[in-house]
Design a protein around this ligand. Structure first.
Ligand code: ZN
Length: 478
């Protein structure tokens, strides 16, 4: 906890999720407009909530804080549709605009609506209070209500992501209050009818308008909120970042992923006697002996994708005061977590007939493709399976314990507690295996032979000292 606070305090004010800007308090004292369809835009950049909610994931593609200006001659909409946007100023029609949405943007009504909002915001003096009407319920509610949730997921999966980011950026740069009000479209409301005509006019123009989606870095807040991070969201975030920037992709691929895959291949080759192909290795990360959650953990680890705020320059380990890499956490740290857990795994393995292979970083990544063999090079399926389970579960538990300490601030490591957690994790896997032998699992059913092959030497009945594990009440020996 104190380590986490230290990290947070090291951040500049804009990124410090706990800091307040002087004007943040004003928001509470501005009166509403009275209409239930209108709401005030909340311009605060800071993150409310407790410490655990304050972590954001920062992605490498964003470090220069600017998106490139669009290339207008690319991405012609294949549908052949065209979209327009209309802006009407009731008191100053000389400023009205009919915009033709450039083909580089998605040609939908929704794009027209958000561009109209954004362009209006840019046309009005930042120091003047603005009341803006739009017939887009999506964006009026989105900008005034759903924005915190959208920002938490870094706009992943939100329609018109780029236009929205740019709109929010302008909104946040305004110095006077902005209110947005939804009005029903095509309902004969004067101002709305005018804007609609202008949008039609815009659509039919020959010349596209230039829409600048560059963001002012000063008001840009990026990053996924860590507490909202799910597996699917993280995978999407990584996919998006990779797609966004070729240099990011090259960098990540060459520097981290390729290196990690190489290390995994080497370790697998040493144990299996032959080098698995890259694609086989990727597949093995999804091996069915590894739980879904840990498959994700290994996948992230392989991409060197675990980053937390402040880790652009990686923080030092609180125990060893050296840079805290994943390898350090899992294998080198002087903290009792990793040492205790790997000792427990080795101890349990002493009941097997083969020698324990102390895992390296590469072995952990490759654990799904490891095939242990006897002296005559015959593959031992049961032993291999137990090895995969032990290595994957142990590595993941070390990572989990470390996060609980850093993020939730639980008490310092304690060998008894670590031992209990590890035994519970491995026994849990045995219990799942036991349940999976039931016929009702169909294709996913585990054969009794596999169950025995995996656990025969390391599980005993709760009440008997000798190995006899097949009642489903098995506990680990020792
Ligand atoms: Zn350490």
């Amino acid at each position: 906890m104190s380590k986490a606070m230290e990290l947070i305090r090291a951040l500049p004010p804009k990124w410090n999720p706990l800091s307040k800007l002087p004007e943040d308090d004003e928001l509470d004292v501005i009166p509403g407009t009275g209409s239930q369809n209108s709401a005030l835009f909340d311009w605060r950049l800071t993150s409310p909530g407790n410490l655990a909610e304050a972590f954001r994931i920062f992605t490498e593609g964003e470090t220069n804080n600017e998106l490139p200006t669009r290339q207008w001659d690319q991405n012609i909409d294949p549908s052949g549709n065209t979209a327009g946007a209309g802006i009407h100023f009731p008191d100053d029609t000389g400023r009205d605009r009919a915009i033709k949405i450039p083909q580089s943007l998605k040609q939908t009504n929704q794009t027209g609506e958000i561009i109209a909002i954004k362009e209006t915001l840019e046309m009005v003096d930042k120091d003047l209070a603005l009341h803006l009407y739009s017939d887009s319920r999506t964006f009026v509610q989105g900008l005034t209500k759903h924005l915190p949730a959208w920002e938490d997921r870094d706009f992943i999966g939100v329609e018109n992501e780029e236009e929205l980011r740019s709109t929010v950026n302008v909104l946040q740069s305004r110095r006077a209050p902005t209110t947005l009000e939804w009005v029903k479209g095509h309902a004969g409301i004067d101002g709305n009818e005018n804007a609609d005509c202008l949008a039609n006019e815009g659509r039919q123009k020959n010349q596209e308008d230039t829409i600048n989606l560059t963001l002012d870095p000063q008001f840009k807040l990026t990053g996924l909120r860590l507490i909202k991070l799910t597996q699917s969201l993280a995978e999407k975030a990584i996919k998006r970042e990779k797609a966004k920037s070729a240099s990011y992709q090259r960098k990540i691929k060459r520097r981290a992923t390729t290196q990690n895959i190489g290390r995994a291949q080497e370790c697998a080759a040493e144990i299996n006697g032959k080098t698995p192909s890259e694609s086989l290795l990727w597949k093995s990360i999804r091996h069915r002996d590894i739980t879904r959650r840990i498959q994700f953990f290994l996948w992230m680890m392989c991409h060197d994708a675990y980053k937390t705020p402040g880790y652009e320059h990686r923080a030092n380990c609180q125990f060893c005061h050296v840079p805290e890499t994943m390898e350090h956490i899992l294998l080198e740290c002087s903290c009792p977590d990793q040492q205790t857990i790997w000792n427990l795994a080795a101890q349990l393995w002493s009941h097997q007939e083969t020698q324990w292979i102390a895992p390296s970083f590469g072995t952990i990544l490759a654990c799904g493709s490891i095939n242990l063999q006897d002296s005559s090079k015959k593959v031992l399926p049961g032993e291999s399976r137990l090895f995969r389970i032990l290595v994957s579960e142990s590595a993941h538990l070390i990572w989990k314990l470390r996060n609980e300490r850093v993020i939730n601030g639980t008490e310092p490591p304690n060998i008894d507690r670590i031992t209990k957690r590890w035994r519970a994790a491995i026994e849990g896997r045995y219990k799942i295996d036991h349940v999976l032998t039931s016929k009702r699992f169909g294709k996913r059913q585990l054969s009794k032979q596999t169950l025995r092959g995996t656990w025969k030497n390391v599980i005993r009945d709760r009440d008997k000292p000798s190995p006899s594990p097949w009642g489903g009440t098995g506990v680990l020996v020792g």
